[in-house]
Ligand binder design. Structure first.
Ligand SMILES: N[C@@H](CCC(=O)N[C@@H](CS)C(=O)NCC(=O)O)C(=O)O
Length: 199
């Protein structure tokens, strides 16, 4: 199988980290590409132009990190992610995904030329991201993310680990010592160390 990614995408990082955790690097070739080009070959595979995209051995293309993760977990047993056993686990996963979606919008805005950036969007996303970081500081403090690896941890880890280096504008550690310690601890794991985004 082939996985199309950008090495900076946190969504793609979730899938790359899962591949490391499962030890299926020989089964899934990771292909870094450049997105947002009108003539890029990826458009023939995935018309949305987004990554990550997995092309399976039948040539079917799957987009969306959560779908790809579930597919790889199904095809290459055993599963390494803990099941989401109850509504609490599922709502935490949704919150982590919500934080990631907001940070992705913020990053995209910051990457535009400065005179094209919208101060309204920047302020809105900064506010959202900081509120979410505060909420996760409390969640982490409750011990909810201390169990076996699951989608919430994978999402939160891929959103925040190394974020200080790639996005100094996001001061998510400030006042969030428990979250900060959790991300540092989680970031030491092999699946995070081997998927660090380029500078
Ligand atoms: N819901 C998708 C989001 C994927 C996504 O937004 N990927 C971004 C990179 S972080 C992308 O490919 N952007 C290129 C574009 O918008 O054209 C997922 O979970 O995989």
């Amino acid at each position: 199988m082939k996985l199309y990614v950008t090495l900076t995408s946190p969504y793609a990082r979730m899938v790359r980290a899962l591949i490391v955790e499962k030890g299926i690097e020989d089964n899934v070739t990771v292909e870094p590409i450049v997105t947002r080009k009108p003539d890029m070959p990826l458009l023939d595979i995935n018309p949305s132009g987004r990554v990550p995209v997995l092309v399976n051995d039948d040539g079917d293309a799957f987009e969306d990190s959560a779908l790809i993760i579930d597919y790889l977990e199904t095809v290459y047993a055993p599963r390494v992610l803990a099941p989401q056993p109850d509504w609490n686990a599922r709502r935490l996963e949704a919150s982590a995904r919500s934080m990631l979606d907001g940070v992705a919008v913020w990053v995209r805005e910051l990457r535009r030329p400065e005179d094209h950036q919208s101060p309204v969007i920047l302020k809105h996303e900064a506010g959202r991201a900081l509120r979410m970081a505060k909420a996760f500081d409390t969640i982490v403090g409750s011990g909810a993310l201390d169990g076996p690896l699951d989608m919430t941890q994978l999402t939160l880890g891929s959103t925040l680990h190394w974020r200080d280096r790639t996005m100094p504008e996001f001061d998510w550690r400030h006042g969030n010592d428990r979250l900060s310690a959790w991300v540092d601890r989680f970031g030491e794991r092999d699946l995070m160390q081997r998927t660090i985004p380029p500078a």
